[in-house]
Design a protein around this ligand. Structure first.
Ligand code: PMP
Length: 452
């Protein structure tokens, strides 16, 4: 039973003690009190199907019993030591995590957040290459730290002040809105996805632009790294034309830079076919960054790289008080156990495919649904002004999200115009949950169409 402060008191505390930049997602703010697997419960006991999973973070289910038990066991034994002593849980975890990676990606740094992981990845790339500059994609989100304000390109997170120097943003190879269009990558489960026999022809055009950047903007030979997600998360499940990431990696490597795969959202089986998103593209990164789903909601993140790159780091020492503490490592290991024992990746693939097919059916009835995309349980539904490709106004999107929430389904949102519904639930959801979500969305779109 909920015994915390009432909503008026929470609102007062928020206005007095919490920064104005922390926004409530819903117009009528939700007080979330409990969670169990794919469900959340508010302070009045109302149940919601959680399709956003604490922003793609709760990977195997809220308060999953195996993960909770592992945490309890460790809480009663030892909380903290720092990495200056050897703790078996940390070593066991690092062994298990590194075994999930192909090739020579074997050295693991445990940290506390995705931002910290990407910040460290920049440092490693710079230390190894001796170069400074970094390229990422337009509209990307790679974290929020002052060092990352150049890397992250999402407008909403950029301050009206000079960003750190040496960051460039390549044109986003966006099949829907990029100037050269493109088809979905061939790995997509979307029926009728890319039919190009080899790489999508548009990928060469976007690669040409990346080449221009390397030739004309980055000081010659000074590229340290190219950062990309394998499907953009915050930007609303944007997938790239077939071949783009592979060619971008080759190109950047030819110029002396490393390829960093940000798997903060796409990792741990979320895309269904493979454990890591980069494997969907058949490419091998030099550095991989992990966060969110790695800890199922517990603060844990990691950077994984090769021994050769990590060795370049010896130019200075490295210390992180909480990075890889026994509690986080116990949780991380339990998350990997659950993913294996409960066939979570397979579930993402099967339920994700079912979900996208149902969403495509819904699209046939509602012209406000401009695009349905994604892979596994990393899905996006882009809302447009009916009959056009223009993004639906923010207020219309908010109406839709609010109605769905009132009917018991919590959906995320993102995209450059904040008009993409983001569906990235805990990966334990099943087909009945999808049926429920689709019934609710059908009702919501019907009401929306009658009103507009
Ligand atoms: N990379 C990606 C792709 C993300 O989506 C996020 C968070 N939304 C981050 C990095 C940063 O993670 P954190 O919020 O844990 O710092």
């Amino acid at each position: 039973e909920y015994c915390g402060p009432g909503i008026e008191k929470l609102n007062k505390l928020k206005s007095e003690n919490i920064s104005v930049v922390v926004k409530d997602f819903y117009r009528k703010p939700l007080v979330i009190h409990q969670g169990h697997m794919q469900w959340l419960f508010d302070h009045e006991g109302k149940r919601y199907l959680d399709l956003f999973a604490g922003i793609v973070t709760v990977s195997v289910g809220h308060c999953h019993p195996t993960v909770t038990a592992a945490l309890h066991q460790q809480i009663d034994t030892l909380w903290h030591t720092t990495s200056i002593y050897k703790h078996p849980k940390i070593y066991e975890y690092v062994e298990k995590l590194s075994a999930k990676f192909p090739g020579d990606l074997k050295v693991v740094y445990l940290v506390n957040s995705g931002s910290e992981a990407n910040d460290l990845a920049i440092l490693l790339a710079r230390a190894y290459t001796g170069n400074h500059d970094v390229i990422s994609l337009q509209s990307c989100y790679h974290g929020y730290a002052s060092s990352l304000l150049g890397l992250t390109a999402t407008q909403a997170y950029r301050f009206p002040m000079a960003a750190p120097s040496g960051f460039y943003h390549a044109m986003l190879p966006d099949p829907l809105r990029g100037i050269w269009g493109g088809c979905r990558d061939s790995f997509s489960q979307v029926p009728g996805a890319c039919s190009c026999p080899g790489d999508c022809v548009t990928s060469d055009k976007y690669i040409h632009q990346l080449n221009e950047l390397l030739e004309n903007s980055v000081p010659k030979g000074r590229i340290a790294a190219f950062f990309a997600e394998t499907i953009q998360g915050v930007n609303g499940a944007v997938q790239f034309p077939k071949g783009y990431l592979r060619k971008a990696r080759e190109l950047v490597k030819n110029y002396g830079g490393l390829y960093v795969a940000d798997e903060v959202q796409t990792g741990f089986g979320r895309t269904g076919d493979n454990f890591w998103g980069f494997q969907d593209h058949g490419i091998q990164p030099d550095i991989v960054t992990l966060a969110k789903g790695i800890g199922n909601g517990f603060p844990l993140a990691a950077v994984v790289t090769t021994k050769e790159i990590a060795d370049a780091h010896q130019k200075a020492s490295y210390f992180n008080t909480f990075g890889g503490n026994p509690l986080a490592a116990s949780v991380g290991k339990a998350v990997l156990d659950v993913i294996e024992e409960e066939n979570i990746q397979q579930n993402s693939k099967i339920v994700g495919k079912y979900f996208i097919e149902q969403l495509m059916e819904l699209q046939k009835s509602y012209p406000v649904i401009g695009d349905v995309r994604g892979k596994g349980l990393m899905l996006g539904v882009e809302l447009v002004r009916p009959g056009t490709k223009d993004p639906l106004e923010v207020i219309g999107v908010a109406d839709i999200l609010e109605m769905a929430k009132d009917l018991g389904v919590m959906i995320g949102r993102g995209g450059r115009w904040n008009n993409v519904l983001r569906i990235k639930p805990p990966m334990c959801i099943n087909k009945e949950d999808v049926d429920f979500a689709i019934t609710v969305m059908d009702k919501v779109f019907k009401v929306f169409h009658e009103k507009n």
